[in-house]
Design a protein around this ligand. Structure first.
Ligand SMILES: NC(=O)c1ccc[n+]([C@@H]2O[C@H](COP(=O)([O-])OP(=O)(O)OC[C@H]3O[C@@H](n4cnc5c(N)ncnc54)[C@H](O)[C@@H]3O)[C@@H](O)[C@H]2O)c1
Length: 344
């Protein structure tokens, strides 16, 4: 057969194929971090298309190209092409991020699917924190403090709720007060948690068992002195934690230290660049903990700092599950790439 088709899945299709199922996303990610630990993947560094220096990403924005191959029985390649314009929510009432994912088969390397990646990207970012919380947060965590009332913190809370059964209260701070108010109303209802807006980052962080920052802040929003004993902190955005936060941690755990350093935008990478953090200061990558090569949380007193840069592998494994669900359910639109290749 010569004809080559592509399956196109719009956002509604992705949702109908399980795009919002956080439990499945968390289990996909656990699998991908195991493969990452076995080095059964290919992951070229992200390419950032931007219109200025690194700091312009939080003002003008960027478009990232994130290719990768996931090995094992998953055996699929792909790329996420994701635009980010931090001004979108405030200026247009639109999402900051918008993404497409393309999947390619691992034999002929033909494109087989194109889909909305916006939901997949947000869900996998929450899912990464979910996996990390499973191994690094206190099981009895009840209070979360989050900074940033945007898309990512919605999925962060979906994942924390999935992993921490005693989680009951969430304090949320956003520089735009009305965003924290709307977020609190919507997320309280959607997740059956008590989500309350607070008037400062300090109020969100102090007394919280779990902390997440997912903002477009241009300078740190978390101070070391606000963080209590036994806390788990998942750092999602860029330069959100002051250096002293990382220095205070009993354990620093990451998704992929090489990729964090290459990207250069987050606190740990900046500290490395300035000679204030060494490779040996990284306690483990999360895959080492999942596979039992390194310990996760060992007592209720440790402050564990987790930093994920986000990997194309995360997107591709989730997109592949969505694609297979779509084939099984007959969802999506078939697009012809060619009826017959004109050259071979
Ligand atoms: N590590 C990863 O894998 C990963 C994945 C996706 C997104 N991100 C990053 O997460 C961040 C948030 O993404 P999003 O989609 O939720 O964006 P968003 O625009 O939907 O939300 C960001 C929120 O941060 C708030 N904010 C900005 N400056 C602030 C400050 N100083 N204090 C408090 N709040 C502030 C904004 O008002 C906004 O509500 C972005 O930097 C993005 O690049 C990381």
């Amino acid at each position: 057969m010569q004809r080559q088709d592509i399956l196109y899945l719009n956002q509604k299709d992705v949702i109908n194929c399980g795009g919002l199922n956080m439990a499945h996303v968390i289990s996909d990610l656990e699998k991908v971090f195991e493969l990452h630990n076995k080095k059964d993947y290919v992951l070229p560094p992200k390419v950032a298309l931007r219109w200025g220096d690194m700091h312009s990403e939080e003002t003008i924005g960027r478009i990232n190209a994130m290719p990768g191959y996931v090995g094992g029985e998953v055996d699929i390649a792909g790329i996420k092409w994701i635009g980010s314009a931090p001004q979108n929510p405030h200026k247009y009432g639109l999402p900051r991020a918008s993404a497409l994912i393309i999947l390619n088969d691992s034999e002929k390397h033909f494109p087989i699917a194109v889909m909305d990646g916006t939901i997949i990207s947000a869900m996998r970012t929450g899912g990464v924190t979910g996996v990390a919380a499973k191994y690094l947060a206190r099981k009895d965590s009840t209070v979360a403090g989050i900074i940033g009332a945007g898309t990512q913190n919605r999925t962060q809370l979906m994942a924390l709720k999935e992993i921490l059964p005693k989680l009951s209260t969430v304090k949320v701070y956003d520089i735009m007060k009305e965003r924290s108010i709307t977020f609190s109303k919507e997320v309280s209802q959607a997740l059956q948690l008590e989500v309350v807006p607070v008037s400062s980052g300090q109020k969100a962080i102090e007394g919280s068992d779990v902390i997440v920052t997912a903002t477009t802040a241009k300078e740190p929003v978390v101070k070391a002195e606000w963080i209590g004993e036994g806390c788990f902190y998942s750092h999602i955005g860029g330069y959100e934690a002051e250096f002293a936060v990382v220095e205070k941690a009993d354990k620093i755990v990451v998704d992929d230290w090489y990729q964090i350093k290459h990207r250069g935008t987050q606190t740990t990478a900046m500290m490395f660049e300035e000679g204030k953090l060494n490779d040996s200061d990284i306690f483990a990558e999360i895959g080492e903990i999942i596979t039992g090569k390194a310990h996760g949380r060992e007592n209720n007193k440790e402050f564990i700092y987790f930093n994920a840069i986000g990997l194309a592998l995360d997107d591709i494994i989730v997109a592949n599950r969505i694609y297979n669900n779509a084939l099984e359910k007959g969802i999506g639109t078939t697009l012809e790439l060619w009826e017959k290749p004109i050259w071979s």
